[in-house]
Design a protein around this ligand. Structure first.
Ligand code: GAL
Length: 418
């Protein structure tokens, strides 16, 4: 009996195989840096989506907001001939990786899914190398946000700032009332996230584009650049002693707990508020960073697909790509991540007012010409120049005696890095 009858476990495996295509199940190893509360929830939505297709998810998470650590690990894995199936790679870096010849075309998935029609052109162009899709976009983050705790503002008698002048008035009131006025983590990508917001708020969108997207030397060394730098540095006294090196989500937690008044951060911060059970407009406020209401700095998360040998794994990789663009996934992922769907014409009824504002501003700023790539988040310039500029900006933030003029000279030199 024992020998002729298949065990119950085997029968159920077979049934599972027949209904889910398990016979062709593949494994997808996915490199990402989504390890904070909200980020991890969003990553789990991706895992569940893939598993529902009968595939195996192999998590390759490298902690570190902004992804610098993840990119370092990725390089060594690819160099040793052991690339993951998919990796969170964004912006111009996608072209660099494709140029190395290590990325796979997923054109068949994109064609079948009509991606060209479903994506804004500014996004789909970036996902292609020599006309072929090599990556799938996940979402759109807006970077130029200010997050505030309304209760803290009320207690301090402070008003939400819409300009940089108002920002310093509010910061002073928050500080006098005994709060940390500005929650900030001193890491170079976070310094740069604040700096690019100041660049638009003080310098204006044209200045931002010329200086930090086109890397125009004259603009980088201009008097306006010095004014931007001086304003940026004025923020520092409103941060707390433990700011250096702190992770971004811990700063967000200070705002959530009512220890700090505000933070400037992309809307992945909203993922933290939401994961903590907080409600937009009631427990926390989102408002454009001072002076940037008419601009939108975007950060599109995307997964690049690496060339793989196993046929089953290629199938799983393609299933992942197609699932990422599905309306169901686009919705659930962004609800957790704090972003908005990258797929056009999605219903926004389940989203909060921050996301609704972001979706509207994305379209409006694209029309007005003030939709701009975030340099802090790998969208605007090649990685080498970005890294050097981030370091120069942080050096200025951390060096008390450095003048805005010297900083501008350093940043302009950094912009030449290739
Ligand atoms: C960004 C990334 C976001 C977010 C953030 C903090 O670069 O695009 O998805 O997770 O880093 O880790």
């Amino acid at each position: 009996m024992k020998k002729t009858l298949p065990s119950l476990a085997r029968v159920s495996t077979l049934v599972f195989a027949m209904t889910t295509g398990f016979a062709h199940a593949g494994e997808v190893e996915v490199l990402h840096w989504w390890t904070s509360g909200g980020e991890a929830k969003a990553a789990m939505a991706l895992k569940a989506t893939l598993q529902a297709k009968g595939h195996v998810w192999k998590d390759f998470a490298v902690a570190g907001g902004g992804g610098d650590a993840a990119m370092t690990v990725l390089k060594s894995r690819v160099v040793s001939g052991n690339a993951p199936a998919a990796a969170q790679i964004k912006g111009p870096s996608l072209q660099d990786w494709a140029h190395e010849g290590v990325l796979a075309s997923i054109d068949d998935v994109a064609k079948a899914g009509h991606w060209d029609e479903l994506l804004p052109k500014v996004v789909s162009d970036g996902m292609k190398y020599k006309g072929s899709y090599i990556a799938v976009p996940v979402n759109v983050h807006r970077v130029n946000w200010l997050w505030a705790n309304p209760e803290v503002f009320r207690k301090a008698g402070a008003k939400l700032p819409t300009t940089w002048d108002e920002f310093f008035v509010a910061a002073e009131a928050l500080r006098k009332a005994g709060f940390v006025a500005f929650a900030h983590g001193g890491q170079n990508w976070q310094d740069m996230t604040v700096f690019e917001a100041v660049a638009i708020g003080v310098g204006g969108p044209d200045f931002y584009r010329k200086a930090l997207v086109q890397l125009d030397q004259a603009t980088l060394k201009s008097a306006l650049m010095e004014q931007v730098l001086a304003t940026f540095k004025r923020i520092k006294p409103y941060t707390d002693r433990n700011s250096p090196g702190r992770d971004w989500n811990l700063s967000t937690a200070m705002v959530i707990r009512g220890e700090a008044g505000m933070q400037i951060m992309g809307d992945w911060a909203k993922g933290e508020f939401v994961a903590a059970g907080k409600v937009a407009g009631k427990d926390f406020i989102c408002t454009p960073a001072p002076g940037t209401a008419k601009a939108f700095t975007f950060n599109v998360d995307s997964f690049a697909m690496f060339k793989l040998k196993s046929e089953a794994n290629v199938k799983a990789q393609k299933d992942l790509a197609s699932a990422v663009m599905s309306p169901e996934f686009q919705e659930v992922f962004s609800l957790n991540k704090g972003s908005i769907p990258v797929r056009l014409n999605m219903k926004m009824d389940k989203f909060d007012d921050c996301a609704k504002a972001s979706a509207k501003d994305f379209v409006d700023t694209a029309r007005a010409g003030t939709l701009m790539p975030s340099i802090a988040h790998g969208m605007a310039v090649p990685a080498a120049a970005e890294g050097a500029i981030k370091d120069a900006v942080s050096q200025f933030w951390n060096t008390d005696k450095m003048s805005p003029k010297d900083a501008a000279t350093k940043i302009a030199a950094a912009a030449r890095t290739q």
